[in-house]
Design a protein around this ligand. Sequence first.
Ligand SMILES: Nc1ncnc2c1ncn2[C@@H]1O[C@H](COP(=O)(O)OP(=O)(O)OP(=O)(O)O)[C@@H](O)[C@H]1O
Length: 230
Amino acid sequence: MHIAITGNIGAGKTTLAEQLAAYYGWEVLYEAVEGNPYLADFYSNMPRWSFNLQIYFLNSRFLQVKRIIDIQAANQHQTFQSGSGGFSLTQSGSGSRHTVVQDRTIYEDAAIFARNLYVSGDMSERDYNTYSQLFANMMSLVRPPDLMIYLRASLPKLREQIKKRGRLFEQSISNEYLGNLNQLYEEFITSYKLGPLLILDVDTLDYAKHPTDFEYVVEQINSRFEGKPA
Ligand SMILES: Nc1ncnc2c1ncn2[C@@H]1O[C@H](COP(=O)(O)OP(=O)(O)OP(=O)(O)O)[C@@H](O)[C@H]1O
């Protein structure tokens, strides 16, 4: 199974992915931040580094796509062998099939980040076309997640979390950049029809601090899988 978490910079994807992984016993597929050779340069000069960074992220996300394909193939093989089929979402350890939770999806790289850079003039048309063609080729192998979880956050909330996290290179992110991304996220979610979607308002939910908020998230996730063959 493949669960994906989508949302703007600082929305809290990594935290939620880790909490869910600990609760359900899932594997987390992280975004490549540590050791990313372009990210800091990108934030100080977007036109110069936009293409390099997008290719870097696209490639790292494609590695995740391949990992997900391998896991799904292994799960299918197991289903075939056991003859029972299906999967049930239970607490850590009792589900025998492998589930991954992905911290941001390949869709967002193209539909939100690369698109925003092109529209705002920080990526040239020829670079954007090359990027889009590469993305389209990769898409033939991409399967949508079994559940997409969107973390919706207001600009002040995102700013607060970016500040709290304290990554130096992210402190220069402008409100305009964050706001444009938020608008594209809303468009992306409004038109998302590839599978089940769960929207969480992280302005009001604090699953890291309040166990009852985390319980609410778990209930919401479990309810999306009710009726699935066990
Ligand atoms: N395709 C992309 N183009 C530009 N920047 C990207 C892209 N993908 C990720 N990033 C940036 O890389 C960094 C990723 O950091 P991280 O994995 O902590 O995620 P985040 O978006 O801040 O999420 P969260 O706080 O919700 O966990 C952020 O600065 C993020 O915006």
